[in-house]
Write a protein that binds this ligand. Structure first.
Ligand SMILES: Nc1ncnc2c1ncn2[C@@H]1O[C@H](COP(=O)(O)OP(=O)(O)OP(=O)(O)O)[C@@H](O)[C@H]1O
Length: 241
């Protein structure tokens, strides 16, 4: 679904420079890919590039195949280089779902309206049956009419998973999706995320600093940080499982 190699990103801020190098990264349909590393190693930077919101400084190849047989592989870097922002936005909208640390649900909408928003924006019509089934699968079918503030934090994170998947994305990107719940709950939510994505053939990328949380991931990439010189931090992200 995604295959990239020799990706390099340079970020500069207030005189300090951060450089990330990823020799190779592959994401296959239905697989859970974990990006694991300490704070500041570049996890969110890499996730933003996978989410097509940040352009790599340089990359050997960055191929996205949305997964359906008739879809041709897309050269992401050439979209960036040719300024095709609207094409990138369409890919984000149609093929990707996002789960944020704190759920990111809109407090003035019911869970159901939150969940259906990406599907409506995408223009999907037949999503209600799937949403109801997935809500039951995630154990939150009784929460759909409530506003997010009236849910437990765990229920909110499950609603966020449901929202990320309601429009049938090929890829779900999750940034520390269980940071707000305790470890025991985090494990269960992560297992449920893995089973619902696997069942639907959706790939999921999970960013976390907690290795234990993603021991069951199909593939793990780890970051190695090195202080190269004053004001310059280099990180490398390699497959470790
Ligand atoms: N807007 C920015 N401009 C320049 N450098 C940035 C910017 N945001 C982050 N950085 C730097 O990029 C590096 C990687 O940051 P990133 O947020 O990707 O790390 P992370 O692994 O996700 O960290 P955390 O786990 O704390 O969220 C850090 O050194 C950070 O200071």
């Amino acid at each position: 679904m995604i295959h990239l190699d020799n990706l390099y990103k340079r970020r500069e801020q207030a005189g300090s420079v951060f450089e990330l190098f990823v020799p190779e990264l592959k994401i296959a349909p239905g697989r859970m890919v974990a990006l694991v590393g300490d704070s500041g190693c570049g996890k969110s930077t890499l996730l933003d590039m996978l989410a097509l919101v940040m352009q790599p400084t340089r990359v050997g190849r960055f191929i996205l195949n949305p997964g359906r047989e008739q879809d041709a592989a897309i050269d992401v870097q050439s979209l960036w280089e040719n300024g095709l922002e609207s094409h990138l936005a369409r890919l984000r909208r149609n093929f990707m779902g996002y789960i944020l640390q704190t759920g990111g649900l809109l407090s003035f909408l019911s869970v159901m309206d939150n969940v259906c928003l990406p599907a409506r924006i995408k223009g999907s019509k037949d999503y209600l049956t799937q949403v109801t089934a997935l809500a039951a699968r995630l154990g939150i079918e009784h929460c759909l009419k409530r506003k997010p503030d009236y849910l437990s934090i765990g229920q909110r994170q499950r609603a966020a998973i449901l929202r990320a998947m309601a429009h049938g994305p090929a890829l779900v990107l999750a940034d520390e999706p269980t940071a707000a719940v305790d470890k025991a709950r985090a494990r269960i939510i992560m297992q449920d995320l893995q089973s619902v994505t696997r069942e639907s053939g959706t790939a999921v990328v999970v960013v976390t600093h907690d290795t234990e949380l993603v021991t069951d991931a199909d593939v793990t990439y780890s970051f190695v940080l090195g202080q190269s010189s004053e004001g310059l931090v280099r990180a490398e992200c390699r497959r470790s499982k």
